[in-house]
Design a protein around this ligand. Structure first.
Ligand SMILES: Cc1cc2nc3c(=O)[nH]c(=O)nc-3n(C[C@H](O)[C@H](O)[C@H](O)COP(=O)(O)OP(=O)(O)OC[C@H]3O[C@@H](n4cnc5c(N)ncnc54)[C@H](O)[C@@H]3O)c2cc1C
Length: 443
């Protein structure tokens, strides 16, 4: 039976002989053991009793080989207790790092609190999302890991270390974005805000207008992003602003319906470029605008049922639009592509390995349908995004290794030193992270 580490089991379990695969199915392996601890003591036990290497997994929504291990794979999906230590004055809470953002958003709502921002989906675990620098969009809104004030990590020898809020603060810039390389994160104190409602508007407009207006849209709106529709002269725009108006829901067509149409047109007219464009332009022009008001977490996150593989790079704002236009030209030369290309913006922060360290960035994400050959992302898309000074999303496809990463991240050596201090024998290394950190990976 295929195993799902997010599956809730009744007891703390250690299992063996099962395969694990990520959301898109492009990474699959058989760890020696699965462990699903229910308490922090169980996590300590797991670390102390596991014979070899350990990797921790969240919801498996990364596209890179971050989870791969032939040792023990730990999932905190059964870890008990979602929200504790609520500070209603400063709008903070201590959150279970193994819980999904969706589960946490629901619990936080009952305390009158909410995350300041979310990405496209909210099914990631809190620890998984912070560990890769997961972000949403908004010129003044940083990635989720920048909202942490402290985390608790179980280290390679089983020690439980609190980092932040006055304890071991010097380690916090390393621990914020750490790809499961320092230890197992069991909780995090997160800065939140009073629960709030958003007004979401979605509309289609010519791509040339979208590109010309993007910078001012990011200035004007709390959250703004757009999707360029391949082989079409139109772009799909999404705006969110805070409101106290009553809930409402008008217009709109589901993302999945739009994707189905794009896939069908690609299937029939893949070799008829002009006809494909004419047809898609007609469909896009008729797409109904959407106007919705509701709880923030329900409007920021979407369901993504059509599977894909993805590459996303975060480029400096100055070259964001130029890079995007080059990506559009590259996509137009590959009739296989039909998934929309996404463009977002995120505020800067100071975590050593945050892709947004040092200043805000424009994020450009290219998707290839599950089952389609995605080598093109590496051959054509990645060189463009690298040329513009992009840093890769740690959880999405990229081919960077230690030498190149050290050039992009001024604090790379500081992270390497903390990693060696906290995990001196490399228990949390796997082949992928060994390549990222420039470490040998042997038996
Ligand atoms: C459909 C889809 C939509 C997405 N949308 C966005 C988006 O809008 N914005 C964005 O930035 N990204 C997005 N992503 C990427 C995704 O947010 C990241 O890859 C994220 O890391 C996945 O979280 P996860 O819980 O699945 O973690 P996993 O992918 O399981 O793990 C990610 C990393 O976190 C580490 N980790 C997990 N749990 C722990 C723990 N308890 N302690 C220590 N380390 C841990 C793992 O070792 C690994 O290195 C999307 C991915 C998909 C598939």
């Amino acid at each position: 039976m295929a195993s799902d580490p997010n599956h809730s089991s009744a007891t703390s379990t250690h299992e063996s002989g099962q395969r694990w695969s990520n959301w898109s199915g492009n990474v699959s392996f058989a760890p020696d053991r699965f462990s699903r601890p229910r308490t922090v003591d169980d996590v300590v036990d797991t670390v102390r009793s596991s014979p070899g290497r350990i990797r921790t997994v969240g919801s498996g929504h990364s596209f890179t080989e971050l989870a791969v291990t032939d040792g023990t794979l730990v999932s905190l999906s059964d870890l008990e207790g979602d929200v504790s230590g609520v500070d209603p004055v400063n709008h903070r809470a201590l959150l279970n790092a193994g819980a999904t953002l969706n589960r946490l958003s629901r619990s936080l709502e009952s305390y009158g609190l909410g995350f300041k921002n979310l990405g496209d989906v909210d099914v990631q675990s809190l620890a998984g999302a912070i560990s890769t620098g997961t972000h949403g969009t908004g010129r003044t809104l940083p990635c989720l890991s920048a909202e942490l004030s402290a985390i608790t990590v179980v280290l390679a020898d089983g020690e439980v270390l609190r980092i932040g809020d006055g304890e071991n603060d010097h380690l916090l810039p390393a621990a914020r974005v750490s790809l499961g390389s320092l230890g197992i994160i069991v909780d995090a104190t997160v800065d939140l805000r009073p629960a709030y409602k958003l007004h979401r508007r979605t509309f289609v407009q010519p791509l040339t207008e979208t590109l010309a207006d993007a910078t001012s849209m990011w200035e004007k709106h709390r959250n703004y992003e757009f999707f360029y529709l391949p082989f079409c002269d139109y772009a799909f725009n999404i705006v969110h602003d805070i409101t106290t108006e009553p809930d409402r829901s008008e217009g709109g067509a589901g993302d999945e319906d739009a994707l189905r149409d794009l896939r069908r047109v690609r299937g029939v007219l893949r070799r008829a470029g002009r006809l494909r464009r004419t047809l898609l332009n007609q469909v896009a022009k008729r797409a109904p605008a959407e106007d919705v008001i509701g709880p923030s977490w329900q409007l920021l996150a979407n369901e993504r049922t059509s599977k894909f593989n993805e590459m996303e790079y975060h480029v400096p704002v100055e070259s964001g639009m130029e890079a995007f236009e080059e990506i559009v030209a590259a996509v137009e030369a590959n009739p296989l592509v039909y998934f929309p290309v996404e463009c977002r913006r995120t505020a800067g922060d100071s975590a050593w390995l945050s892709p947004f360290q040092g200043g805000e960035r424009v994020s450009i994400a290219v998707h290839i349908a599950e089952g389609d050959d995605y080598r093109w992302l590496f051959e054509v898309i990645e060189p463009i995004l690298r040329r513009h000074g992009g840093r890769p999303h740690w959880g999405k496809l990229h081919s960077m290794t230690a030498r190149e990463l050290a050039e992009l991240y001024p604090d790379f050596p500081k992270f390497a030193a903390v990693r060696k201090e906290l995990d001196p024998t490399g228990r949390f290394l796997n082949p992928h992270t060994a390549e990222l950190w420039g470490e040998p990976f042997g038996e």
